[in-house]
Write a protein that binds this ligand. Structure first.
Ligand code: PLP
Length: 377
């Protein structure tokens, strides 16, 4: 046999530019998280790892303000936890009502349909949020088994208020499912107080951990629905009835947990607990306000009204006559700063600027404002 060397390319040892990631995610990981990530492995059933699994579960409960027993990090990115949230709770034929006011609402629609949900939508323009009256009207019309909303819409920068939503869901006997990918660890979240039944998140936003591990929590009503399913979960990898045997007392092998990503998440969650949620939320808000004031001084507007504006992700209106892509390109090339543009109905109209976790600091705000002043015509 002749060895084929066609693909044996010569490459240099990896080197990457020192980017400041101020886009919609990932954000820069905290140095302590990167240090934890690089530690030697133990086995996925090692007593030390099991101890760490328990710690991650407890710290996630703190970050989310929930006592939910079923709270775990899913192996995968935010979309894996998103998919798990639907795969486990939607049974074929279930009516799933999704609030669509941005791209991630549309992704929920797509996923819920793939699991056999009878998916209905209520819609708002990108950047607006649903009122309790909007939600009541939707629930009355569609009578869903699940209402799914995005708490922090990364495509629009809007924060969906959740107070009072669970009361409506109880009245209409449906579960409340919430996307907290761009809010966990940066924006106030009170899952239990707000009566949320199902929530998921990602690691690479306000938790300042690399992408690749994704929190998921199921409240008692969601667990009951899972336990009483008539059909098996149509996704083996994300079947929480199987995974609960690994994360619960039995510790039975399901898949090999990403050991180092769990180390990294632990450090990220320790940082949250060390700082304290109130201080962390206040820091995100203060740095966002600093950014918004700087923009206002430059005569630049934000897309979302102050009341519903996310501190973790600001959508900045592109001034008339400015090429949004060209500005983002120059920020990256000349200043190593990443920001992103808008897409869908907001393509070309906005930039998306993330001030998340470790990156939510005044020096980053001042640097970005100064760089923007340089590159804007
Ligand atoms: N939901 C929201 C609101 C998001 O912003 C994202 C990612 O940006 C996701 C879900 C999906 O997460 P991931 O890209 O980590 O799979």
């Amino acid at each position: 046999m002749q060895l084929n060397n066609t693909h044996r390319i010569q490459t240099d040892q990896l080197d990457v530019p020192p980017r400041l990631l101020l886009g919609p995610g990932p954000s820069n990981a905290h140095p302590r998280v990167l240090q934890a990530l690089s530690m030697r492995q133990v086995g996925h059933l090692d007593p030390k790892f099991i101890e760490l699994m328990n710690e991650n579960q407890e710290l996630l409960r703190y970050a989310w303000q929930t006592d939910n027993q079923f709270t775990i990090p899913v192996s995968g990115t935010g979309s894996a936890a998103m998919e798990a949230s639907l795969a486990n709770t939607v049974e074929p034929g279930d009516v799933v009502l999704v609030g669509v006011n941005g791209y991630f609402g549309l992704r929920l629609v797509d996923m819920a349909g793939r699991y056999g949900g009878d998916v209905r939508q209520i819609e708002k323009p990108w950047g607006e949020v649903f009122s309790l009256d909007d939600l009541r009207a939707g629930l009355e019309q569609h009578r869903p088994a699940i209402l799914a909303l995005v708490h922090a819409e990364t495509s629009t920068g809007a924060r969906q208020p959740l107070e009072g939503v669970a009361d409506l869901c109880r009245e209409f006997n449906c579960l409340l499912l919430i996307d907290t990918v761009t809010s966990l660890g940066g924006v106030p979240l009170f899952l239990d107080e707000w009566g949320v039944d199902i929530a998921y998140s990602g690691s690479q936003k306000c938790l300042s951990c690399p992408p690749g591990i994704a929190p998921l929590t199921l409240g008692p009503r969601a667990v009951e629905k899972l336990n009483n399913r008539q059909t098996p979960v149509a996704n083996w990898y994300l079947d929480m009835s199987l995974l609960s045997k690994y994360w619960g007392n039995e510790r039975t092998y399901h898949h090999t947990a990403p050991i180092n990503m769990n180390y990294a998440l632990r450090e990220a969650l320790r940082l949250v607990a060390e700082e304290g949620l109130e201080a962390r939320w206040a820091r995100h808000q203060a740095n966002a306000e600093l950014f918004w004031e700087g923009l206002a001084e430059m005569g630049i507007e934000c897309h979302v009204p102050h009341e519903y504006r996310l501190p973790s992700l600001t959508t900045v209106r592109v001034p008339d006559g400015v090429d949004a892509k060209a500005v983002a390109g120059r920020l990256l090339r000349e200043y190593n700063i990443e920001i992103a543009g808008g897409f869908g109905p907001l393509a070309g109209q906005i930039w998306r600027v993330g001030l998340m976790g470790f990156n939510s600091r005044p020096e980053n705000v001042m640097l970005l404002l100064a760089a923007l002043k340089e590159v804007l015509p």
